[in-house]
Design a protein around this ligand. Structure first.
Ligand code: LMR
Length: 334
């Protein structure tokens, strides 16, 4: 090959590789701890689809479901270090980060309806809570819903006395610790990925979940009794590494914000139906007896658990609890 042709070939190769480098996609690693067949799992996949489409492939989203990349405890550390770019942890898991106010979402009966919840997550209260993450190198992008929790164990849980002495798995939240102690149970924090085995081996006797989490982790196979109590709420904050997010080209960030908005709408639209369907599937397996509290039992649980709100004022802040209860009253709730 003549020298001129060789030089041209090398330049062309260089240009190509230059173009190839210029086209290398921005990778968002999105780690979470539930299966893909849950409201959060489906919303994460929807975000991937919308984000890659909106950025015309300039962004690639790698979703790592079911604790395949990081478990509960490690994932927040990984985000702060930039080892992953996006998470959607339960709102019950921000205490260890030092943002205790998020545990307001764990307070028993704090949300009488989803309407109250959305007034909080889509309004100033939710925005103010996200602002507390920024000093931790984290930006909150959205709140995703997963609904109200049921209790499960290998004995019927009807009256409060039924909880006495039970080892109950909880997320890492001091409010949930106080909740279980108020019921007379012994709370134990375990990573979500460890719950099935802990129930199977008797490390813990029972736990609480939205039905979609209980069913997709097959907990119904090792829990003989489920009580539809709706005593508390479980939702998520979709968060990103602040340095990564602010370092994105402005047009890409705008496109991703649009994808997040649409996947949030989707997440919140499917949460209730996914949990209703999961509960029906638990019933259909016949392995778990599903019990719905009667009014007398509901009243006893409320009487036992409502004082947790007052007890947690010092940790969460009376102002944020009062603000949510004010929103609730404004919507006509007692
Ligand atoms: C749990 O640990 O029970 C939940 O936070 C899991 C999840 O992400 O829904």
């Amino acid at each position: 090959m003549k020298l001129t042709s060789l030089i041209m070939a090398v330049c062309a190769a260089g240009a190509l590789s230059g173009n190839a480098l210029a086209q290398a996609p921005i990778v968002i690693k999105f780690s979470h701890v539930v299966t893909s067949d849950t409201p959060k799992g489906k919303a994460a996949e929807r975000f991937k689809e919308l984000a890659e489409k909106a950025t015309h492939g300039r962004v690639k989203v790698e979703v790592y479901a079911n604790s395949t990349l990081y478990k509960d405890k490690e994932e927040l550390e990984a985000l702060q270090l930039g080892a992953v770019q996006m998470l959607a942890p339960s709102l019950a898991k921000f205490g260890p980060l030092g943002v205790k106010e998020f545990e307001v979402f764990d307070l028993p009966y704090i949300f009488p309806t989803k309407e109250v919840l959305y007034r909080v997550t889509e309004g100033p209260i939710g925005k103010n809570l996200f602002a507390k993450l920024e000093s931790k190198n984290i930006i909150g992008l959205a709140y995703w819903d997963n609904g109200f929790k049921v209790m499960s164990a290998n004995k019927p849980l009807h009256a409060v006395a039924d909880f006495k002495g039970l080892k109950m798995r909880i997320q890492s939240s001091k409010v949930l610790d106080a909740q279980m102690r108020a019921l007379g149970a012994n709370p134990q924090v375990l990573a979500f990925s460890d719950v099935y085995q802990a129930l199977q081996t008797g490390v813990v006797d029972g736990t609480e979940n939205p039905p979609s989490n209980l069913y997709t982790q097959r907990m119904n196979e090792v829990q003989k009794y489920l009580t539809v109590s709706n005593h508390g709420y479980l939702g998520y904050a979709v968060i990103v590494n602040k340095k990564f997010w602010t370092g994105l080209p402005a047009d890409i960030r705008t496109q991703l914000e649009g994808a997040m908005k649409e996947s949030t709408r989707y997440a919140n639209a499917i949460a209730q139906q996914e949990n209703d369907a999961a509960l029906e599937k638990v019933k259909a397996t016949g392995k778990t007896t599903v019990y719905v509290l009667n009014d007398k039992e509901k009243a006893e649980w409320r009487k036992t658990l409502l004082p947790v709100q007052k007890a947690m004022e010092g940790r969460i802040g009376k102002d944020v609890i009062d603000a949510i209860n004010k929103e609730s009253a404004a919507l006509g709730n007692k």
